[in-house]
Ligand binder design. Sequence first.
Ligand SMILES: C[S@@+](CC[C@H](N)C(=O)[O-])C[C@H]1O[C@@H](n2cnc3c(N)ncnc32)[C@H](O)[C@@H]1O
Length: 274
Amino acid sequence: MMLWQKQVSASWLVKNEQLLEEFGPEKVAVIARPGRVRSLVQVFCNHRSAADRLQRKFGGQTKKLPRNWLALYQPEKSRAPLRIGNRLEILSGPSGGPEPEGKARLIIPAAGAFGTGEHATTAMSLRLLEETTRKLRPGWRLLDAGTGTGILALAARRLGAGEVIGLDNDSRAVAHACSNGRLNLICRAQFVRADVLAWRPVHRYDFITANLFSELLIAALPIFRRALRTEGQLIISGILRAQTEAVERALDRAGFHLRKKRRRGKWIALLAGV
Ligand SMILES: C[S@@+](CC[C@H](N)C(=O)[O-])C[C@H]1O[C@@H](n2cnc3c(N)ncnc32)[C@H](O)[C@@H]1O
């Protein structure tokens, strides 16, 4: 395995997005570092000729990687892929292997408390999203409130969303989400620093996902209701079992109809329509 790498500007990434897409998300890493304008782009090539071609075209450096390159280039021991129905799997780092037949891949490296998909609240949201969008024609629009690493918004793009926006009131989460979008070469995913309760939607959405906590969800429901299209659906998670009734009553008051309820341990996730 050969590695080609180079420090690049944001405009280089935009200009060469298509070329990077051709290598596939599991072979390309874009590493943004806090306080640096340039990002490090790394392409893992099966053959020396591909790495040499990149160097001739763009400069940068190439090197031959040792046999244990995966262990060296994954900052933490990689977790087993998280399977979301038959359509998506989520990895913690590049796998080096080909994409499984008919299944999209998303790479979400661990980033503090911001959600890698393993937490029950995120996993239930991902599965509800996969089930609910299975029969939809691609191109739907999603808002992810409290996006963290951007996992739900980026998964939505892989599952057929045409455009997604993720909000978070923590700027570190927004930076992680943007960097995960670049790492996976996903465009039309916007991440914005905003408080869910103060944010004003410019569009109407087909789906809203919100993995937050009960009090905030209850306060945000009227905003979510206004931001959803007539046939829109809402996935909320982060609800403790003891608080489910209060959330269900608030859903009713805000004009939602409960469609599905999922439980894992002490956590509940709900799907509601308008
Ligand atoms: C439990 S994490 C969920 C992350 C990710 N969506 C997931 O499902 O794994 C909740 C996220 O909501 C953000 N958050 C909390 N309160 C918020 C608020 N009032 N407005 C926007 N984001 C908020 C936190 O910073 C955190 O990233």
